[in-house]
Design a protein around this ligand. Structure first.
Ligand SMILES: *Cc1c(COP(=O)(O)O)cnc(C)c1O
Length: 442
């Protein structure tokens, strides 16, 4: 299941070759020509189940004594390529591909939390995650406490003996916020709590959370990893750094599992035990498997990840600088701008660029935002981010329309706010489209 691609294990002798670079890993990690047919692109193993070699092989797979494929809800060879590729790009020990970013978050928490336990989340998060944590997770008895990533001490203040995890985004949705991973990791580790980083908007091309102390990374692969707005997916990456056996706070990992002959996952699977637990407990029992076809689409998308992320970032910076100079624009929130509040953190965590997603404000308020969305032609008006195409949304009239005016402002979705996900088209065409739409709006 996990023949990890681990370039760091290259022998340190005269034959030593340097670890492959990020672009090489983006194209190759986890993939070899198909042993049966020689197919160079990863075949789509569009099957539900896999024939056992014999009865002993079947028994060993069900006992977790051997790695292999049983059923596509739990493992699939097309998905394994996606998993190994993202693990290599993030610098983790293993990964697990699932149906969506939300499924990834659910399985991570299912592995860490017991009913009545608490976790602390950054209050600068994707709106869907705020809902998932506040409402659906509450039904499982997992209690969220909110903290402010601009003030890492607020995480420390929220810790209780029941705190099992800290959750944050690296570059926070709706863009424009770079969070201080190293400072928040220091708080987490001082209290023996694992840090989970949602690296969706940054991707490992821009930010490497494990290098700054994250223990677990999650992605909505629906966004920049897949990158073409065509496939839902999610990924969990195990950093291999956290000691689950230190005490009995993580029983899914540290206690014998009755359904697997009493195996203790944290003992048997060492530094990739977390990924295994998410797979053989959470994915097996809760069931949000990714389709092999979607794994194929997302893996293909990742081959161009470094090219796309650089272009998204360069285009977004140019668009942000242009908007900044427009009289109809009152503010622009993009950390790549030299005078931005988050510019110092951006230089530390994402020196190559700040990604494609950000917000800005229109002096004309609600009506100006609505008119801009009506008048764009190249931009698509929709709720996603991370597509090759440029995307636009006016949160106050769409994603956040149910909130009161005051709640909208707190959530960064005031009446004047417009969110862009800048695509990889020619930047002059992107800018021209915004200019004509703003001119038509007044
Ligand atoms: C979209 C998104 C998610 C949820 O992912 P889905 O694939 O839509 O389930 C989680 N986190 C962030 C930052 C996102 O942008």
């Amino acid at each position: 299941m996990n023949d990890e691609y681990t370039p760091d294990e290259a022998p340190q002798d005269e034959n030593y070759a340097p670890a492959p670079g990020f672009s090489t890993l983006s194209v190759h990690a986890g993939a070899t020509p198909d042993p049966t047919t020689g197919a160079r692109a990863t075949p789509i193993y569009q099957t539900t189940s896999f024939v056992f070699e014999d009865v002993d092989h079947a028994a060993s797979l069900f006992d977790l004594r051997a790695f292999g494929n049983i059923y596509t809800r739990i493992t699939n060879p097309t998905t394994a390529v996606l998993e190994q590729r993202v693990a290599a790009l993030e610098g983790g020990t293993a990964a697990l591909g699932v149906a969506s970013g939300h499924a990834a978050q659910m399985l991570v928490m299912h592995t860490l939390m017991q009913p009545g336990d608490e976790f602390i989340a950054s209050n600068k998060l994707y709106g869907g995650s705020i809902n998932q944590f506040n409402h659906s997770f509450k039904n499982f008895g997992w209690i969220v406490k909110w903290a402010d990533p601009d003030n890492p001490a607020s995480f420390e203040a929220a810790i209780t003996p029941k705190t099992k995890a800290i959750f944050m985004e690296s570059i926070a949705n709706p863009g424009g916020v770079v969070c201080d991973i190293e400072a928040i990791a220091a708080v987490a580790h001082a209290h023996n709590i694992p840090l989970i980083v949602d690296n969706t908007l940054a991707t490992p091309y821009l930010v490497q959370p494990f290098a700054w102390g994250a223990d677990i990374v999650v992605h909505s692969a629906t966004k920049f990893l897949g990158g073409h707005g065509n496939s839902m997916g999610g990924i969990i990456v195990d950093g291999g750094t956290f000691n689950w056996m230190a005490d009995d706070r993580y029983p899914m990992l540290s206690k014998p599992r009755p359904e697997y002959n009493g195996v203790v996952l944290g003992e048997t699977f060492g530094n990739f035990a977390f990924a295994i637990a998410c797979r053989v407990l959470g994915l097996r029992d809760l069931g949000p498997a990714i389709s092999p076809f979607n794994s194929f689409m997302i893996t293909t998308g990742i081959e161009t990840l470094p090219l796309r992320m650089q272009r998204h970032s360069d285009n977004a910076l140019a668009v942000a600088q242009h908007l900044w100079q427009q009289p109809s624009v009152s503010w622009v929130s993009y950390p790549g701008l030299a005078n931005d509040k988050y510019n110092a953190l951006a230089q530390k965590y994402c020196p190559m660029g700040c990604g494609g997603v950000f917000t800005f404000g229109l002096r004309g308020g609600y009506d100006a935002g609505l008119n801009l969305v009506k008048n764009v032609k190249l931009f698509s008006h929709l709720a996603n981010v991370g597509d090759t195409r440029s995307l636009i949304i006016h949160p106050a009239s769409t994603t956040h329309r149910q909130l009161s005016d005051e709640q909208k402002i707190t959530a960064g979705a005031g009446p004047d706010v417009v969110r862009l996900s800048v695509g990889i088209e020619d930047v002059q065409d992107i800018i021209a489209d915004l200019d004509q739409a703003m001119a038509a709006s007044v």
